[in-house]
Write a protein of this length. Structure first.
Length: 208
C-alpha cells in the first residue's frame, strides 16, 4: 500500500511554501499570516496604554503573529515592559482593573503572566481578541529572547521558512492538538530557539 504524505488529511492553503510542496497546516491550529494580527495588537496596545497611564511602560508585539509571512496560532503574544518595581505594582493594579489576574511566572523568571478573569464583565476588545499577556522588566532575559528571536525571523527569510516547517511538522505530529503541540514545541524547538538567541547575544548585534 502506498504511504500517504503527512499533509494528506490536512487542509490546504492557496499558496504553497515552495513550488513542489503544499502548505499542510490545519487552519484550526496554525493559520497563514494575516495583516489583521498587527492591527489586533495595535488595538489591544491602545486599550492597555490608556488604562495604565501614567505608568512608564513600553508594549511589544512578540511571538509568531508579530513576524510577517510566518504561520501561527491566531493568538497575539504581548510583553508589557517596565523599569522599576513600583512600575510593576502600578501595572498589576491597572491590569486587575481591566479584568486580568496575575498568574505568577509559570516557571519562567522575570516573565509574569496575566490572564483574563472569566467572571469579569466582557470587554469589547480584550475578551474578543485572543491574546497572551506577559509583564517583563527591562533586564528580563525572557524579554531579550522574545525580541531577538522575533527580529531575527523578520530579517531572515530562510530562517523564517525553516522555523515554519518545524512548526508545521510538530502540528502534524500532535494531530493538531494544541496542548500536544505546545509540549512538542517545548521539547523539540526550544533548544533551537535558545541556540539562535545565544549566538545573537554573543555577536551582540542586530545585523544578523
Amino acid at each position: 500500500m502506498k504511504t500517504q504524505p503527512c499533509w494528506a488529511n490536512l487542509k490546504y492553503t492557496e499558496k504553497p511554501l515552495v513550488a513542489s510542496q503544499p502548505r499542510c497546516f490545519n487552519v484550526m491550529l496554525l493559520e497563514e499570516y494575516k495583516n489583521a494580527w498587527a492591527k489586533d495588537f495595535a488595538i489591544i496596545k491602545k486599550v492597555i496604554e490608556q488604562s495604565l497611564i501614567p505608568a512608564s511602560i513600553s508594549i511589544e508585539h512578540i511571538g509568531s503573529t508579530s513576524v510577517p509571512d510566518l504561520s501561527a496560532k491566531p493568538i497575539i503574544d504581548i510583553d508589557i515592559v517596565y523599569e522599576t518595581e513600583k512600575n510593576f505594582a502600578d501595572i498589576k493594579s491597572g491590569l486587575e482593573q481591566l479584568g486580568y489576574y496575575h498568574n505568577g511566572n509559570q516557571g519562567i523568571t522575570d516573565r509574569e503572566v496575566f490572564k483574563r478573569r472569566i467572571d469579569s464583565n466582557k470587554h469589547e476588545t480584550l475578551d474578543f481578541i485572543p491574546h497572551h499577556l506577559y509583564v517583563c522588566s527591562t533586564n528580563s532575559e525572557e524579554l531579550q529572547k522574545h525580541i531577538l528571536f522575533r527580529d531575527y525571523l523578520i530579517a531572515n527569510e530562510e530562517a523564517r521558512f525553516q522555523y515554519q516547517q518545524i512548526k508545521v511538522e510538530l502540528a502534524a505530529e500532535a494531530n493538531q492538538d494544541r496542548k500536544k503541540y505546545a509540549a512538542l514545541k517545548e521539547l523539540k524547538a526550544t533548544g533551537l530557539i535558545n541556540s539562535i538567541v545565544d549566538k545573537l547575544k554573543t555577536n551582540n548585534t542586530k545585523n544578523f
